[in-house]
Design a protein around this ligand. Structure first.
Ligand SMILES: *Cc1c(COP(=O)(O)O)cnc(C)c1O
Length: 222
């Protein structure tokens, strides 16, 4: 009744291809990150057989169990991170996409220094005042967070991640502008992780480097 994983992935790749063509971009410049939260591990294994090995997970505990069962895969944290789960998160995840406050940056910095780990981080930004709901650093607090992060060699900054309110089409362009401003200020290249199942086309048009896809990749979550 439902399409299988290979069909869904082909359909997604066709969408990415078309969106890139329309935007004059190389499809290889957009990473398709499957979001495996609440999905059966068998389905994740099926995705691995189709060439994927990086997966986004929302919850630290669930991700930790998963990473233990599948140490050959790379899991990235795309959900909120509490201070008391920082060490487990750093142990579990290859990258943290939801750094959003100075205290967390300091805590992560101390742990990676102690352990000798290197973890690429992304700053989750919230330009729409949704901080209480989904986390994310408001624009006014961004400089303070960057100061706290410093140029920590073990927490290399990859760019900005965002979860804009659904349907707010101007959001992706706002994020692109923010990226440009901070690339100039920091003198470094920054990526954007934005776009999900329902809005990947608009995100790619605005310059997204990484789209995070759950539903349209794995099917609806159980
Ligand atoms: C669940 C989730 C996604 C994927 O959402 P879909 O609409 O299922 O593609 C992407 N990013 C974050 C942060 C999520 O929590």
């Amino acid at each position: 009744m439902t399409a299988g994983l290979p069909d869904r992935i082909s359909a997604l790749q066709a969408r990415i291809q078309r969106a890139c063509e329309a935007a004059g971009r190389n499809p290889e410049s957009v990473e398709l990150l499957p979001v495996s939260k609440f999905q059966d591990i068998a389905l994740v294994r099926e995705a691995v057989a189709l060439g994927f090995h990086r997966f986004g997970e929302n919850y630290v505990q669930e991700g930790a169990a998963r990473a233990k069962a599948a140490p050959d895969l790379d899991f990235l944290l795309i959900g909120p991170l509490q201070r008391n789960k920082a060490r487990l998160a750093l142990q579990t995840f290859r990258e943290i996409l939801t750094l959003d406050r100075p205290e967390l940056a300091q805590r992560l910095g101390r742990i990676v220094a102690e352990e000798g780990w290197v973890r690429p981080v992304w700053i989750q930004v919230d330009l729409w005042d949704e901080a209480t709901k989904a986390g994310g650093c408001p624009e006014a607090a961004l400089d303070g967070l960057l100061d706290a992060l410093g140029h920590h060699p073990a927490l290399p900054l990859q760019g900005f991640m965002a979860l804009p309110p659904p349907g707010l089409t101007a959001a992706f362009q706002q994020l692109a502008t923010l990226r440009e401003r901070y690339e100039q200020r920091l003198g470094t290249r920054l990526k954007l992780s934005m776009g999900m199942s329902g809005d990947l086309e608009a995100a790619i048009a605005a310059g997204s480097d990484q789209i995070r896809i759950g539903t349209d990749f794995f099917g609806s979550r159980t």
